[in-house]
Design a protein around this ligand. Structure first.
Ligand code: NAD
Length: 502
């Protein structure tokens, strides 16, 4: 991508051809976009859930009708295979539209609360839209990290302004065009384009920010939002460990490791980034993985391929740095380990590293590329210790035939999500909360929290009996003081009362 003053050129990473250009929104333009979103939000929030869902279902029809066009744009800006577009992008997006459209009303229904003490009050809690939600996305899944995350915000009655990555803004722009055709009122769903500065302006003007990206940028976003005490959710990087125990099904584990580490050229937040294998099955596991990786086909998204191009030029350089650093510290490359010189674009060969340890960047920093480092461990204790030896805590996986043991180990992993005998699929299980611990993020997408986070929670307390006065109200008297002193003794001294009042 060439740096220009007022536009950004978008380059196909597989062919190095220009595929489009987008304007850079300045501060005033971002403010205007948020203001028009704010004006539109009230009427949108006044729609019933059913009416909002109808717009979303029309939108889904249009996405399906235009899937070839969307796939052309997405493969063009990312270099990923068409199959990845249909599955991880479009399938996810269409499924999430149905999921939120059909469940939002129930998930955001008023919740009746039975007060344990003030029995003369009726209490409920309600979810109200926050207003204008700003969504800032990364480049690895340009549709589902923008429009995908907007769906629950929209179903909750918010308007949304999206700032996609400057590397891959074209698919989000196309999706916004289709949204207008689907009948979203003007202003309710907008896409603005630009680099980090445009994102920073959006943080200043929106009422809430949902951010996906690196820890470094996420920290800046959180600091900026904190100045106005604005809510943020942060979906950040990962260094996901995979633990293969001696009783694992090695065929399944090897197949999963290869797909989990290399899908989307390894540019997935929940990629398998490091594998720890118990000594007795280590060699057998490595042999299987290498055999599978050598059979993968890499190429342009138009061909019949397994692995496409990488998307972002600096990312290829990062993979090169991690491999060089690992080799300098004693690692061995079993396959790959270099750019693919047979292809013109940003292609790095799928790579397997062994003889690795935690002195190496490839085991400590997020690589976000087609790299699979495999480390031999003595036993599960060593595997757990190494898996937790990380600033990241996004997700992890454990591989064993003993499910109870797998679950027990999962709870010991400092990670927002853990799969047992599977990997990555927790991202697609949108019924369940998904997000990171440690520096991998704050807040959750998916599950009930995935829509409630886009709301203000409001508690309503209604008096039931309409008495002229209440015990707590003025005037204060010696009688009332004595009464409360006795009530304290009665209610909170240990004894039989505990059973009734907790
Ligand atoms: P990035 O942090 O460089 O950029 C993300 C977005 O932030 C871009 O739209 C960018 O323009 C914007 N931005 C940059 N500076 C900003 C600022 N000061 N204020 C506001 N916005 C700003 O990340 P990236 O390289 O696009 O994405 C890769 C990272 O995203 C990886 O670390 C990956 O693990 C992470 N990721 C996480 C998840 C998850 O769910 N946890 C999902 C996908 C990607």
């Amino acid at each position: 991508m060439r740096v220009a003053t007022s536009v950004i050129e978008i380059i196909n990473p597989a062919t190095q051809q220009k595929v489009g250009e987008v304007p850079i929104y300045d501060r005033a333009q971002v403010q205007a976009a948020v203001e028009s979103a704010r004006k539109a939000q009230g009427a949108w929030a006044a729609y019933s859930f059913r009416r909002r869902a109808q717009v979303l279902y029309r939108y889904r029809d249009l996405l399906i009708d235009n899937k070839e066009r969307i796939a052309d744009v997405l493969t063009g800006e990312t270099g990923k295979p068409r199959g990845d577009v249909y599955t991880v992008e479009l399938f996810y997006l269409c499924d999430s539209i149905g999921f939120w459209a059909s469940r939002a009303r129930k998930l955001l229904a008023n919740q009746k609360i039975r007060p344990h003490l003030l029995k003369n009050k009726s209490v409920y809690s309600s979810y109200l839209p926050i207003g204008v939600v700003g969504i800032i996305g990364a480049w690895n899944f340009p549709l589902n990290l923008t429009i995908g995350d907007a769906i629950p915000a929209l179903m909750a009655g918010n308007s949304v302004v999206i700032k996609p990555s400057e590397v891959t803004p074209l698919s989000a722009l196309l999706a916004a065009e289709l949204a207008a055709a689907a009948g979203f009122p003007p202003g309710v769903l907008q896409v603005i384009t630009g680099r980090g500065e445009t994102g920073a302006h959006l943080v200043d003007f929106a009422d809430m920010i949902h951010f996906t990206g690196s820890i470094a940028t996420g920290t800046k976003v959180a600091e900026r939002a904190a100045r106005a005490l604005k809510p943020v959710t942060l979906e950040l990087g990962g260094k996901d460990p995979m633990i293969v125990l001696r009783d694992a099904d090695l065929d399944r584990a090897a197949n999963a490791a290869v797909w989990g580490a290399l899908v989307n050229s390894g540019q997935v937040c929940v990629s398998v980034e490091r594998v720890y294998v118990e000594e007795p099955v280590y060699q057998e596991f490595v042999n299987r993985v290498v055999r599978l990786v050598k059979g993968l086909r890499q190429g342009s998204s138009e061909a019949d391929i397994d692995i496409g191009a990488m998307t972002f030029p600096p990312q290829v350089e990062k993979v090169e740095r991690h491999v060089a650093d690992a080799i300098a510290h004693g690692a061995k490359v079993l396959t790959g380990g270099r750019r693919n010189s047979r292809l013109p674009g940003l292609f790095y060969e799928p790579t397997v590293l062994i003889d690795v340890d935690h002195s190496m960047k490839a085991l400590r920093e997020e690589t976000f590329g087609p790299l699979l480092p495999i480390m031999k461990v003595r036993d599960e204790e060593e595997a757990i210790r190494l898996a937790n030896d990380s600033v990241y805590g996004l997700s992890a996986s454990v591989w064993t035939k003993d499910i109870a043991r797998g679950r027990a180990l999962a709870h010991r992993l400092e990670s927002g999500g853990v799969c047992v005998n599977d990997c990555l699929v927790h991202y697609l299980t949108i019924d369940a909360p998904m997000g990171g611990r440690k520096q991998s993020g704050l807040g959750r997408r998916h599950g009930p929290e995935g829509i409630r986070k886009y709301c203000h929670q409001q508690t309503i307390v209604v008096d039931r009996f309409g008495m002229k006065t209440e015990l707590l109200w003025y005037p204060w008297s010696p009688f009332k003081t004595r009464l409360f002193s006795r009530v304290l003794n009665l209610l909170f001294r240990s004894g039989w009362k505990k059973r009734f009042f907790g």
